[in-house]
Design a protein around this ligand. Sequence first.
Ligand SMILES: [Zn+2]
Length: 428
Amino acid sequence: MTSRPQRPPQAASVRPQADVTTYRGHVLTPRDDSGWADWHDGRLDVQDGRIVYAGPWTAPGRGSTPHRRFTDLRPHILFPGLVDTHAHVPQLPICGVHPESLLEWLRKWTFPLERRFRGERALTLSRDFMHEMLVQGTTTAALYTSAWPDSVEAGFAAAEEVGIHAWIGPPLMDDGAYRRVTTKRVLDEASALAKLDRPKLRFAVTPRFALSCTRELLEGCGDLARRKNLPIQTHLAEQQAECQAVRERFGQEYLEVYEEAGLVTPRSLFAHSIWLTAREWQHLAPCAIAHCPTSNVFLGSGVMNWQRAQVARVGLGSDVGAGPDLSIFRVARMSWTVHLLDGRAPSPAELLRAATVGGAQALGFDDVGSLEKGKAADFIVLDARQIVPAGAPTAGSTEDLLSRILHRAGRSAVKQVFVSGVLRHERR
Ligand SMILES: [Zn+2]
């Protein structure tokens, strides 16, 4: 790490100009609208936690900025912080345990674990979770806590400590729940927790999934989100048996149940979205989808239709604890694999876009997901030696590099993680 130079004393009435830190390295980023920027010798300037310059290397001019620090990261790769659009904070300890089916897995493993996720334990484990997310290179996420209100406060506190952008919400349940509550109490608690909502950390109205909710609760969730202009996250059409159970209970298609409750909006994010009809796909157009292929393979759920999903905004989700870990690189790679076996794989550029700026757009965070002027300086440094094997031709194309990142990047390739310009993790 570079050290901060001593500042000359400032007159009290003059607000000191914030330091600019200049990073030199290989800058690779999707652009907000489309395409990628790839500067082999690139420069990223950060001031007050925001990017003030991203582009090819030029030596900084003298005199214009009095306090400038310089960090040379060559030959490593500066890449946007990853976005995880679906994960459950309490579930990290059950990653990888052998599943039977979704409903059985929830009953046997998930609910007993979540029931104990409260108080000090929730705060400690939330901090552990945020740390592990950063180690994996993720700096923005949509998260479920447990159904206990203090687990939501713990999630907000832990997220704020590391400065990430996030959606956070408790899985709202009034049917088969692991705590005894009335529908009114669930809604009153959610309404009270909505005071935590702020621009970087959104309180998300989170009905767990249709089978955990009465129609009254689903309607109450739609009403709360509308009144307070809150985002909505839930699960949709993950397994066929689940869809069948929804049809039997509600007498409707899955998405129709949510539509009738006012839960299908431009601020809504649906995890999985596998077993959908053509009509349901059409109606998802204004919404966002969290594509969770590692979880879908683990629980034998199926393969989401990548082509059809493009009607909506698509991000990637680890779905920890059904996903094996919090690696969004692994999720992107698994998506490539299942879709290749299914007929046609998305390109590395498409998948890594979904892993970064696509995910940010799914969550409505305009100021993260890519390394562009004006955005928060949320970036990771990828170890070039782990991405590009020794002896490889040096002048590869952007497509080649994206392919290498998709297929080779993982936890150990993440050297450093910056959130709003602050170094939050450094690999030892
Ligand atoms: Zn989930």
